[in-house]
Design a protein around this ligand. Sequence first.
Ligand code: RNT
Ligand code: ZN
Length: 427
Amino acid sequence: MNAGVDASYQEAKKLYAKHGIDVEAVLEKLAKMKVSMHCWQGDDVRGFLNRDQELTGGIAVTGNYPGAARTPDELRQDLEKAFSLIPGKHKVNLHAIYADTEEKVEIDRLEPKHFERWVSWAKEQGLGLDFNPTCFSHEKSEDGFTLSHPDPAIRRFWIDHCKASRKIGAYFGEQLGQTCVTNVWIPDGFKDTPVDRLAPRQRLKDSLDEVFREELNPAHNLDAVESKVFGIGSESYVVGSHEFYMGYGVANGKIICLDAGHFHPTETISGKLSSLALFSKGILLHVSRPVRWDSDHVVIMDDELLDTARELVRHDLLGMTHIGLDFFDGSINRIAAWVIGMRNTQKALLRAMLEPTDYLRQVELEGDYTTRLALMEEFKSYPFGAVWDMFCARHNVPVREEWLAEVKQYEQSVLSLRGQWKAALPS
Ligand code: RNT
Ligand code: ZN
């Protein structure tokens, strides 16, 4: 153990102990927090099926940084590299288009066998898996509608895809002994002002009822639904809005997914958690960073990340909440993007756990808002960094920015040797 890390940690521990905070217990609690790392940051949401297909669905990746993974093996190699720089054991979040198979399979016919290699890799690495049907980047979603499509045949296709996806989720959960969260997000919506806002929502509701009809073992698979306020090309109306899925999720016992970028610019997901917690079966977070719009920037230690972590910790919501990341930045090293987002998410949870919550709650109840404000502000500069460094050291991952040198080295020895993405396409 680095002597400097230990000395700072011992000092920090004493400071927190004065406020009744047991830092050792906090580190144990943090070690149990799994974050689901989204595979799609590794290749700009391209996936391995339908390789000629452009990214659609009203989401966009910008940047052309070299070294994106082109094959499942390259993506797994990159994920392994990232996990070697992130403390703790986590999960990987897969999308249906990341199936690892030589078979030409249409997405409504996907089966667990198309993901066998992912499962054996996850077993070997001690990772859990989460899943998502891919209701975009497909010719059948080109006019902007999937589960709410007016054409019953197209609706059927997407219903079958979502049903197939739940089965794959259940297979992950059963094989890995860790519940898989299968999250349904669809891009459906109108660019311009619609006449009928109701009918598409009615169709979406009916489609979801059909998708979820079959009961699956909740120990293996849990269903989540993700809302959105707008997308590129669906600026005026999105079928699966927040109100829609709040209603659907609460009425049907589904997990409600809140993506940090899916609300109006001044609306925060942190502010919603305490209400959602009272009514929903569970919460899924897509930790992301909207910059002026749903831009999916890499997660940084900003006020909203910290507020989200505080809400989860203060109200003891960690048990009902599944935390996943959702961003895609093609303008920087993609492994660094993962590491920065993951480490920040964990660090925010740690900071929240290192606050004197019980005492703050008590002074608030007593009406002593002066103490509340004074302490909340002072704690912002308490030495959480020393505790974080110890957490990294104990988990045998680089302390502070030491991880960056490893990413640079990997970039030189692995990523820079990769050709452009198209070059890996089978001819
Ligand atoms: C899109 C949603 C969705 C996607 C991923 C790729 O706005 O946030 O979660 O980002 O499924
Ligand atoms: Zn999302």
